[in-house]
Design a protein around this ligand. Structure first.
Ligand code: FAE
Length: 548
């Protein structure tokens, strides 16, 4: 058996090498209990920055990188203003179900960012198309379409933490050299990964409860089949409050993970950034956030610092005000795609001409590819399923794939196993400015996913052969076996030590920084947000010490 998460030595190092990091359990315990309902950032410091305002530091985006920067700068005594194009969901209007966030099975206007039709990750189910028309709204999940790929991203105060599955995975140290070659593994594993895990509140499922609860039958089936084919199977840590989930199962608290809530937001239970980094940032009294504010330009100001142009929008996407503010320093934390698009456009249009030619390069999809398998009738995966994945199949070394055993929480028995694989693809795309459309294009080609499919097949062809089963063809449209149309894990576009120095300082300009997933060159070998957070912790510590 290889199913215990905390065995294998000190600091929570699991047998398979995925780390919780020192202090993570203490961190989770310290924060535990606060996550069920929604005490959040918002009560503290909602704001709307004024036209002509002057701020010492402006942070563009409120995801992982931006939240780390804001907290640590504030703790160093510096006033920070954050701008976020999405809503502050803590103050958003509930839907007809009385909740802020809809279930995964019933997406409505709250679910999607400025679309008139849903674009669900699974297109079909049992032959029926799933998508439907919705009113255009500042919803929580953006399915941003480029020519060869749809990139899913969170929108709102808290960025991707609002929509993601919370899988909080520290890469195996042996892989770190290929993930971030210019960064010291020793420092990251001794200091910054533990710091990130603690502040994020990372924890692990109770293995006894895992064996008991009907909500993880799908995961137990995943384990049985992986192990029967000789693959390593491992628990995966998460930022969902596991005690809260057990209480959900016991019926003593309102359900979230156990009530089909995840990619369109969790109403309870998940330790999103507004409950961790941003709550701490608010407590300093030095951080304000203007939500529904989109940064569109940054250029050097004659009087010093940078002039930043902001469009304030309403929830229908109309621009209601355009503001120019001056910032001494600007942190780009708009996510891999958001930061890359801004920088590429600002270089091409002459606002920041001295950015180097690495800007827009080195973008990857973390090798994401999805598939489903059809199980036999004697292997049901459960009519109730927790939306929070808690396990993965590790064939990275032999086949280049790490597959999370994903939920399919439809509310009925499907006999399906669903997987999201992260693969070791070397394909990298670049962003370029399109003068005709005024937008930014991405050179990714759908055909490149064939590399990832081949790596994922090293796991699932073998399992199918062993079990006598087949791939499902009713999820991704047109009898497709593979979900090769999307990524949840955009990385790169302003790669560290290339577009920036080795701490995220953009070449060509003093006082401009990148501090998000754009720094990471395309792949983290596992789910990325712990690495994004840890790298931001490393970089901001240096920047505070030397630049401020
Ligand atoms: P991110 O969190 O995307 O934050 C960027 C923020 O900037 C967003 O709030 C944007 O709205 C905002 N923004 C963008 N442009 C502008 C602008 N011009 N002006 C103002 N604001 C702007 O960036 N990762 C894991 O490790 N584990 C998981 O289980 C996992 N599950 C996922 C599930 C889904 C459905 C999705 C979509 C992602 C998942 N991820 C997961 C990926 C993870 O959420 C992502 O890597 C991080 O959120 C990226 O962090 P950043 O700080 O780079």
């Amino acid at each position: 058996m290889n199913n215990t998460p905390r065995e294998g030595g000190p600091r929570g190092l699991s047998r398979r090498g995925f780390m919780l990091g020192a202090g993570s359990l203490a961190g989770a315990g310290m924060l535990g209990g606060a996550f069920g309902t929604s005490p959040t950032w918002a009560a503290a410091a909602p704001s709307s920055i004024g036209n002509g305002a002057q701020v010492p530091v402006l942070v563009i985006g409120t995801g992982y990188g931006g939240s780390v920067a804001a907290l640590r700068l504030a703790q160093a005594g510096i006033n920070v203003h954050m701008v976020e194009m999405g809503q502050d969901w803590a103050t958003a209007t509930p839907g007809s179900d009385g909740k802020i966030h809809p279930k995964i099975t019933s997406p409505d206007h709250r679910a999607f960012w400025m679309r008139t039709r849903t674009k669900q990750p699974l297109k079909n189910f049992l032959g029926f198309p799933l998508d439907k028309d919705i009113p255009k709204y500042a919803g929580i999940l953006d399915a941003e379409d480029f020519a060869g790929i749809s990139v899913y991203q969170g929108r709102g105060v808290g960025g991707g933490s609002l929509v993601n599955g919370g899988m909080a995975v520290t890469p195996k140290r042996q892989n770190f050299g290929s993930i971030l070659p210019s960064v010291s593994a020793e420092e990251m594993y001794a200091t910054y990964y533990p710091r990130a895990n603690a502040a994020l509140g990372v924890g692990s499922i109770d293995p006894d409860w895992f064996e008991r609860t009907s909500y993880y039958q799908y995961s137990r089936v995943g384990r049985k089949q992986a192990q029967r084919s000789g693959f390593a199977w491992t628990f995966v840590p998460d930022v969902y409050d596991w005690n809260y989930m057990v209480a959900e199962d016991n019926g003593t608290v309102p359900k979230s993970a156990l009530a089909q809530e995840v990619i369109y937001g969790n109403n309870y239970g998940k330790k999103t950034l507004p409950k961790t980094y941003l709550a701490q940032a608010a407590a300093t009294g030095k951080v304000a956030i203007s939500s529904l504010h989109r940064a569109t330009s940054v250029r050097p100001a004659a009087a010093g610092g940078y002039d930043v142009v902001l469009e304030q929008i309403n929830t229908a996407g109309d621009v209601v005000a355009t503001k120019t503010v001056n910032a001494g320093k600007v942190f780009f934390a708009a996510g891999s795609v958001g930061t890359s698009k801004l920088l590429v456009k600002l270089k091409a249009t002459g606002a920041l001409p001295a950015l180097n030619s690495e800007v827009g390069q080195g973008w990857g999809d973390n090798g994401n590819v999805m598939c489903g398998r059809a199980n036999h009738m004697w292997d049901p995966t459960g009519d109730v399923q927790s939306t929070i994945p808690c396990s993965g199949i590790d064939n990275w070394d032999a086949g280049g794939a790490f597959a999370e055993v994903a939920p399919l929480p439809t509310g009925i028995e499907t006999y399906a196993s669903l997987y999201l694989s992260i693969t070791n693809t070397t394909r990298r795309a670049s962003f370029s400015y399109n003068a005709g459309s005024g937008g930014v294009d991405l050179s990714w080609q759908t055909a490149w996913k064939q590399d990832s499919i081949a790596m994922a097949k090293t796991i699932f062809d073998k399992i199918n052969q062993k079990e006598g089963t087949i791939y499902r063809t009713d999820f991704f449209g047109n009898n497709k076996q593979w979900g090769d149309h999307l990524t949840y894990h955009p990385l790169g576009g302003a790669v560290i030590n290339k577009a920036t120095d080795n701490y995220g300082r953009l070449h060509g300009y003093n006082g401009l920084y990148v501090i998000d997933g754009a720094l990471i060159p395309g792949n983290t070998s596992v789910n990325p947000f712990v690495t994004i957070t840890a790298l931001a912790e490393r970089n901001i510590e240096r920047i505070i010490a030397t630049d401020l």
